[in-house]
Design a protein around this ligand. Structure first.
Ligand code: C2E
Ligand code: MG
Ligand code: MG
Ligand code: MG
Length: 288
């Protein structure tokens, strides 16, 4: 095989890293441009009660389609925005958009907005939330913020302070991706969450392995004793849905119940979802 000297190896990696850095910088520039030129969009994914099949609300999920690169997943551009400080304006934009949209829904459904760890700690989030609620006229109880544990671990007393201020506005707080990260029990003991979102990984494993099933049961029991409703994320099959329902899981979200979709498609989806729920003898609720 070809003999590659030490120097050449270094040069090779340098070039590669250089290209990756340039690509990231280019992407960051493009994201800033997208934010300023309205190239971002918010899609909505339904959250339902599993027992009654009623719609409770929608999670707002950010979508970015780059003119050349095509759709870029949030898992790529959110960390980028966190690194270069763009996350605060990005987060403010999503919050405003989602509250404006939800304020138009006659049904009174709730909207859940993701808040990044950096945004939670850096910006004056309680003030922003208050301003946006006043601006859009959305009733505070119709807004929920989703937060992962990463957001809370760095500075607990400050996190607790921020969280209490937000809750004092009447806005609910959900613990996102529960079970996937840090010391979850300590988080639940310390922070006054209104909902636990059980990470998709456990729902995926519910039929495959005893461990996942055992953990799902334990989390549901924990939710019951703490009197915090549990929402299962990433439900994709009818079997997963029936198991979770039988185990007494309060709410669910996932492709089976509805994909994230543009605001314009929500009304139609609301009607078909209600039609599905009617099999169980439900009374129809209001469409979006
Ligand atoms: P998340 O908050 O846990 O959102 C759930 C993710 O799971 C979404 O991915 C959703 O599209 C996806 N999902 C829902 N149901 C299913 C299912 O049945 N199967 C599968 N395979 N996936 C499902 P998405 O939209 O790509 O977002 C990924 C993550 O990016 C989110 O995870 C959240 O952490 C972050 N994110 C998205 N939008 C925002 C935002 O506006 N602000 C912030 N800070 N983060 C956001
Ligand atoms: Mg979320
Ligand atoms: Mg999640
Ligand atoms: Mg997630």
């Amino acid at each position: 095989h070809a003999k590659v000297g030490y120097r050449e190896t270094i040069c090779f990696y340098d070039a590669e890293i250089g290209a990756a850095v340039r690509k990231r910088r280019q992407l960051a520039e493009a994201l800033r441009y997208a934010l300023e030129h309205d190239e971002l969009e918010v899609h909505y994914q339904v959250q339902m009660s599993l027992a009654a099949g009623e719609i409770h609300g929608y999670e707002a999920l950010l979508r970015w389609t780059h003119p050349q690169f095509g759709p870029i997943p949030p898992s790529d551009f959110i960390p980028l925005a966190e690194e270069n400080g763009l996350i605060s304006s990005l987060g403010a934009w999503v919050l405003r958009r989602a509250c404006m949209d939800a304020a138009e829904w006659e049904s009174g459904y709730r909207v859940a907005v993701n808040v990044s760890a950096v945004q939670f700690m850096d910006s004056n989030l309680p003030r922003l939330v208050h301003e946006v609620l006043v601006e859009t006229g959305l009733a505070p109880h119709r807004l929920e913020l989703e937060l992962t544990e990463t957001a809370l671990v760095k500075d607990k007393s400050r996190s607790l302070h921020v969280m209490r201020q937000i809750k004092a506005l009447g806005v609910a707080m959900a613990l996102d991706d529960f079970g996937s990260g840090y010391s979850s029990l300590e988080t639940l003991r310390t922070f006054p969450f209104d909902k636990i979102k059980l990470d998709k990984a456990f729902v995926d494993g519910i039929q495959e392995d005893r461990q996942s099933m055992a953990i799902v049961r334990a989390v549901l029991a924990l939710g019951k004793s703490l009197e915090i409703p549990v929402l299962a994320e990433g439900i994709e099959t009818g079997d997963q849905m029936s198991i979770l329902r039988a185990e007494g899981c309060d709410e669910g979200q996932g492709y089976l119940l509805g994909r994230p979709m543009p605001i314009g498609d929500l009304a139609r989806h609301g009607r078909s979802t209600r039609a599905d729920a009617l099999q169980d003898g439900e009374k129809p609720g209001d469409a979006v």
